[in-house]
Design a protein around this ligand. Structure first.
Ligand code: NDP
Length: 240
């Protein structure tokens, strides 16, 4: 029986590439999404991967959604916390709603998804938790106090939980992508994109597949000794 992997925000962008790479590596994959039914339907049509709709910001919805995935596909062995949003604004203009939405999704969402799965992974003595953080959680970013705080929080969560999971066969790791050529980044004006590329020593944006390959490694048996780590994949833009 192949292992079961659940990828949050798995129907678009980096998450979709992760789902596909995990499928190609032999896992049974479930992709969660928040509300874009059209993108989810297209994704299933193209990949054959099942999708499940709920918000990671809602703990009860996560419990119910996880139960549905497990009833359909079996116990979840690998969780990829990829779902994320931005609500950018310079701090003097940032609203409490912009702060809360990003913290609820990008930080509490990681708790909401990991917590209901933790006991089962401990009992089965196997688990892989992979958190998609960001370069901007490592270095901070103008107009992203909310996003940078949440993504830095994900790294603290990763390191703390890695210590708790180690004896139970559960590894907890993070990937920090730099700027990746997803719809979001490709939608910014060409001039802005060129200035971003100018800050990346390798001279180009990253590809979603390059992040997906990091996740496939962290999920694999080969990565059993890797826990509490962060893979930084940013084309040399920032070293930590
Ligand atoms: P996209 O905006 O392309 O896709 C986001 C995905 O997350 C969608 O499937 C979306 O669902 C889902 N999602 C959003 N909110 C929720 C929610 N509350 N519950 C469940 N699913 C949700 O994102 P990217 O591929 O660009 O980013 C993926 C991850 O990588 C994020 O965590 C992001 O912060 C991080 N990252 C991205 C970088 C980049 O350059 N793109 C750089 C560094 C980090 P739906 O389709 O229904 O809206």
């Amino acid at each position: 029986m192949s292992k079961v992997a659940l990828v949050t925000g798995g129907t678009r962008g980096i998450g979709a590439s992760i789902c596909l790479a995990m499928k190609n590596a032999g896992y049974t994959v479930a992709a969660n999404f928040a509300g874009n039914e059209e993108a989810a339907a297209r994704f299933t049509e193209e990949t054959g991967i099942k999708t499940f709709k709920w918000s990671v910001a809602d703990y009860d919805a996560c419990v119910a959604g996880i139960a549905q995935v497990e009833a359909d596909l079996g116990p979840i062995d690998i969780l990829v916390n990829n779902a994320g949003i931005t609500r950018d604004a310079p701090f003097h203009k940032m609203t409490r709603d912009q702060w809360k939405e990003v913290i609820d999704t990008n930080l509490s969402g990681v708790f909401n998804m990991t917590h209901p799965l933790w006991s089962g992974m401990r009992e089965r003595k196997f688990g892989r938790i992979i958190n998609i953080s960001s370069i901007n959680g490592q270095k901070g970013q103008f107009a992203q106090a909310n996003y940078s705080a949440a993504k830095a929080g994900d790294l603290g969560f990763t390191k703390a939980l890695a210590q708790e999971g180690a004896r139970a066969g559960i590894t907890v790791n993070a990937v920090c992508p730099g700027y990746i050529a997803t719809e979001m980044v490709m939608a910014v004006p060409e001039k802005v994109r060129e200035s971003i590329i100018g800050q990346i020593p390798v001279g180009r944006l990253g590809e979603p597949e390059e992040i997906a390959r990091c996740v496939v490694f962290l999920a694999s048996d080969d990565a059993g000794f890797v826990t509490g780590s962060t893979i930084t994949a940013n084309g040399g833009q920032y070293f930590i």
